[in-house]
Design a binder for this molecule. Structure first.
Ligand code: PMP
Length: 367
């Protein structure tokens, strides 16, 4: 097989070692005579797989004991939709009667979608928005107009389409829980889980295959669901059932577990962060070398994971993509809503892949 590098935003590249191990174990997992896909989720084999995956994820992120780790379905959009249903029963101190308020920081496409979902159930206060800058920056925290009585503050800390990443933990009003969509940068940088109320992420970028969603919830936030929240999406109910309330995405959990074990072997999240800083530094430097390419995001908010860029002469887009493909540099086309190009350089993208892309960027620009 020729060497290819896959820059897809998700489903995305997975570590080769993990895919090889999965291939080796495909027909017979650890002498059980079964593929993981064929196992009952309630049998001892699969339960051991799920428990190990959870333990390894907890270790990688140093998840404190007063947080539940849930293996769910429905993706990032699913969690966006059910977060209000799970939290709006919470009555913050000093909240006026009437509909609750959720604070949002609107940093791009995905926070925009979560705002739309939340409007079905609550007042939405957009405390800050990058829309005026076409999501190329995030307004400074001092300018955010946070509510005193918000049920929670929602942020997407890495906007996959816009390539905007917030690298700090925002200050909240009082004890307002912070809810973050980390779908596209979980495990790519060190975080202090104790600073957050809820963290969620679709698996299909830095974790494993599509179909699995990870939700990390602080214990005191498990009991505020609205009565209309479906049981299968009720965090408390899912936690009580050890994420086996219904049939979980067993194969996706298995692969995620292999990825977690692989990350531990490489040195954990600290080592991933070190590598990701270096990969992003090299790629942005190549894009910034002259004006042949353009990344429009303010440098302090540039994502280490998703790097959108435009060719100065957009009539060359197809030629650029065809040349990239011929060199084994795949899935570089930007999201349809913003056009241009996008290179997603998740944990599993080796530095050699970034270097190959940089070589091609230089060659195509005639440098
Ligand atoms: N949030 C973010 C930050 C995403 O990148 C995505 C998917 N690209 C989603 C939510 C939606 O995820 P899903 O397709 O798993 O619902």
């Amino acid at each position: 097989m020729t060497q290819v590098y896959n820059f897809s935003a998700g489903p995305a590249v997975l570590p080769k070692e993990v895919l090889r191990q999965a291939a080796d174990e495909m027909l017979d997992w650890h002498g059980s005579g079964m593929s993981v896909m064929e196992m009952s989720h309630r049998g001892p084999e699969f339960i051991s797989i799920a428990k190990q995956a959870e333990a390894d994820l907890r270790e990688l992120l140093a998840v404190p004991a007063n947080y539940k780790v849930l293996f769910m379905q429905g993706g990032g959009l699913g969690q966006n939709a059910i977060t209000p249903l799970n939290l709006l029963g919470r009555k913050p101190h000093g909240a006026a009667s009437g509909p609750a308020t959720i604070d949002f920081v609107h940093t791009g496409s995905w926070s925009g979608k979560s705002i739309k979902e939340a409007k079905r159930y609550a007042n939405v206060n957009v405390a800050a928005s990058g829309e005026a800058s076409r999501f190329t920056t995030v307004p400074p925290q001092e300018t955010w107009t946070l509510s005193a009585d918000a049920t929670y503050l929602h942020l997407c800390t890495n906007e996959t389409i816009d390539g905007v990443e917030i690298g700090y933990v925002p200050t909240v009003q009082g004890d307002t829980p912070l809810v973050v969509d980390m779908s596209s940068h979980i495990l790519s940088r060190q975080i202090d889980v104790s600073k957050y109320g809820v963290i969620f992420a679709g698996a299909q970028k830095n974790i494993g295959p599509a179909g699995l969603t990870i939700t990390i919830v602080r214990d005191d936030l498990l009991d505020h669901a609205l009565p209309i929240c479906p049981g299968v999406f009720n965090w408390r109910a899912v936690a009580e059932a050890d994420s086996m309330l219904n049939t979980p995405p067993t194969y996706a959990i298995y692969i995620a577990g292999l990825v977690f074990a692989h990350l531990k072997k490489l040195g954990g999240v600290a080592e991933m962060e070190r590598r990701n800083i270096e990969k992003a530094r090299l790629l942005y430097a190549a894009l910034d070398a002259d004006d042949f390419y353009q990344n429009r995001v303010a440098p302090e908010y540039r994502s280490r994971m998703n790097v959108p860029f435009y060719l100065r002469d957009e009539s060359l887009n197809e030629q650029f993509l065809a040349g990239a493909k011929a060199r084994g540099l795949l899935q570089l086309k930007g999201h349809k809503s913003v056009g241009g190009m996008r290179a997603s350089i998740y944990n599993a993208m080796p530095i050699e892949g970034v270097q190959a892309l940089i070589d091609y960027l230089n060659e195509f620009a005639g440098r």
